[in-house]
Design a protein around this ligand. Sequence first.
Ligand SMILES: Nc1ncnc2c1ncn2[C@@H]1O[C@H](COP(=O)(O)OP(=O)(O)OP(=O)(O)O)[C@@H](O)[C@H]1O
Length: 255
Amino acid sequence: MMMHTTLAQLRALKLDGLAAGLEEQLAQPGLGAMSFEERLALLIDRETHHRSDRKQARLLKQAKLKYPQAAIEDIDTRPARGLDRRVVMSVALDDWVTTGQSILISGPTGAGKSWLACALAQYACRRGYSALYQRVPRLSEELRIRHGSGIFGRWLLQLAKTDVLVLDDWGMGDLDSTTRSDLLEIIDDRAAHRATIITSQLPIEHWHAWIGDATVADAILDRLMQRHHRFTLTGDSLRQIKPKTTEKEQKTDPT
Ligand SMILES: Nc1ncnc2c1ncn2[C@@H]1O[C@H](COP(=O)(O)OP(=O)(O)OP(=O)(O)O)[C@@H](O)[C@H]1O
């Protein structure tokens, strides 16, 4: 009965990890062999992990990644893709987030640019950083709505605090002058202290022309290039590649 009250109190205090750990300890027959300090250390450890898992889940949900399941551990580095696993891993494990670096990913359609961007952002979330995925072709519409409803400033502030911003499909369609200057605001707020990942079918050498206004283009690209990593993906679209058949499927396939 006493434990029942204690468990309810722990849950009311939102110490769910500790409560679950305590329940597990009570169900273990060998409990008496452990000292009070050992049991307490295990309970605190359980609560710490529970909080970190909850934080990760919240960060991932808020990131709204196109491919939330993309994980750097699963990156396909077949030679035709132009990706070196060691380089990807060294970037992912490096301090690119805290030092506000840019990761610029280019390559043809279906090469896996968005997937790679999401995998890097997902890993950042797993390390406790916040992220947000945004498709650039949708940006002008979203900016128009935010300007219209008077929340643009607040949104900009929120964006500036986000550790990793993924700008997907950069270089598609035309940029109007409002979006162009808003993009400069967004990138200027991040320069040198918040990380940005950009994916584009357009080779980086063409970005200046796509932005259109030479002064704004210089300003945006100068900020993005300050400290950056480039990945140039190659090969056929992964959308056309059939999933590998399993050994069992091959054996049972009558053709
Ligand atoms: N490493 C990977 N492992 C598993 N699937 C992948 C991987 N990379 C890409 N894919 C799959 O390949 C397809 C295309 O990937 P993605 O959307 O990232 O391409 P893209 O280069 O961004 O294309 P586009 O330029 O047309 O937007 C998706 O279905 C994605 O799930």
